[in-house]
Design a protein around this ligand. Structure first.
Ligand SMILES: Cc1cc2nc3c(=O)[nH]c(=O)nc-3n(C[C@H](O)[C@H](O)[C@H](O)COP(=O)(O)O)c2cc1C
Length: 363
């Protein structure tokens, strides 16, 4: 990274650079003249403990702030990870901002959302003009937060998109995709490590959410010619599926929490072929992988396995054809792998450049 001063600080590029700093998002809301009014702000900062102060920065051109600032008090709600749509709504048309969003109005007009991870009630302390924004200092009068353990996680705003926290202790040793322009972090940050935490057990509802993601993947004519065999580490079925893996896959994949066999369905009961079966099966696994990543898990697909043996061991006959095995779990420590696999894992992630992907017509 080379850094020169006196650059043209183009606001569009500057906004992109600012976007590298991750933040949470708060809903700032109050009942003003009997109307619930609010906006989303990613600039919440804790400012002082004594006196208790927080701040937010709002665009000087905000049409909502002139109303909000008149309220007796304001509610700030730290949005939870399931609030990406709520956040978009709070940044959209004024009259729809609270549609379908459960909230509570306090006596002093402060409005807090019911399912946030934390909420604060405050009054306006001071406003400071700051270029095209105004720095709003707020004095706290009350707060509440979710359970310390098992409470929901906050929504995270990063590089123009929403992402989730991955708990530290889940090692990541590869960089995110170097994209020409930002893409959604769930896509840019997904990766396929060979290192899995051999102690991690995936909760049942997480397995269900992975399968729901696969189930809702697009499908030609909606035939959905794909099936899955899901096996959990520690079971006989897992060992059976692991025994079909070939080459280096045999070394690392058995540490995963799940091995999922993706099975293509070649034709309908009358023998009419499903021409898109392979394509649809791949899409379903791609969706499963993205959902796994969104939940803080990792996954890696494997074509390196004995499909005929898997069919035999799991009693799968025409029209069912085993296609891939996907390892899913929590990422593990690189140093726990064998030396040759560690070397492979150290190779950078790369893809063909965009212009090589585009087929151009001659002339
Ligand atoms: C059809 C298919 C078969 C694959 N087979 C294997 C395999 O047998 N063993 C393996 O280690 N990785 C396998 N992979 C994983 C790819 O190597 C991996 O997706 C690629 O290295 C990109 O890594 P990334 O997702 O971190 O960018 C396979 C992927 C696909 C889509």
């Amino acid at each position: 990274m080379t850094l020169t001063t006196n650059q043209d600080l183009d606001p569009v590029r500057l906004r992109q650079a600012f976007g590298f700093f991750p933040s949470g998002v708060v809903a700032v809301a109050a009942e003003v003249d009997g109307v619930v009014t609010g906006l989303a702000a990613s600039s919440f900062t804790s400012l002082s403990l004594d006196p208790p102060l927080v701040s937010i920065n709002l665009a000087a051109a905000s049409k909502t702030w002139p109303d909000l600032r008149r309220a007796k008090s304001l509610g700030l709600t730290v949005l939870a990870e399931q609030h990406a749509d709520v956040c978009r709504q709070l940044s959209g048309p004024v009259e729809q901002r609270f549609d379908g969003v459960p909230f509570t109005v306090a006596d002093d007009e402060a409005v807090t959302l019911d399912e946030g991870v934390a909420s604060f009630v405050c009054t306006l302390e001071r406003e400071v003009e700051a270029g095209d924004h105004v720095l709003v200092v707020l004095r706290l009068h009350g707060f509440d937060h979710a359970e310390d353990e098992g409470g929901s996680a906050p929504l995270v705003f990063h590089r123009s998109g929403f992402t989730r926290l991955t708990r530290s202790g889940h090692p990541r040793y590869k960089e995110s995709a170097r994209t020409a322009i930002p893409i959604d972090p769930v896509l840019a940050d997904r990766w396929s490590p060979r290192s899995f935490d051999p102690t991690y057990v995936i909760p049942d509802d997480t397995v269900t959410s992975l399968l729901e993601a696969a189930r809702w993947a697009p499908s030609g004519s909606n035939h959905q010619p794909r099936r899955f065999v899901v096996t959990e580490r520690g079971t006989e079925a897992f060992d059976r599926l692991a025994s079909t893996l070939s080459g280096r896959n045999r070394l690392w994949a058995p540490r995963a929490s799940l091995l999922v066999l993706a099975v293509r369905v070649d034709h309908d009961p009358d023998g009419t072929p499903y021409w898109h079966a392979d394509y649809d099966t791949g899409q379903a696994i791609a969706h499963l992988q993205i959902q796994a990543h969104a939940l803080g898990l990792v996954s890696r697909q494997m074509g390196g396995f004995d499909a005929a043996r898997a069919a035999e061991l799991f009693g799968l006959a025409d029209p069912y054809v085993p296609r891939t095995v996907t390892a899913v779990g929590r990422s593990g420590r690189l140093e726990d792998l064998d030396e040759a696999t560690i070397q492979r894992e150290r190779e950078p992630r790369d893809r063909l450049p965009l212009d090589e992907l585009l087929l151009q017509e001659e002339g």
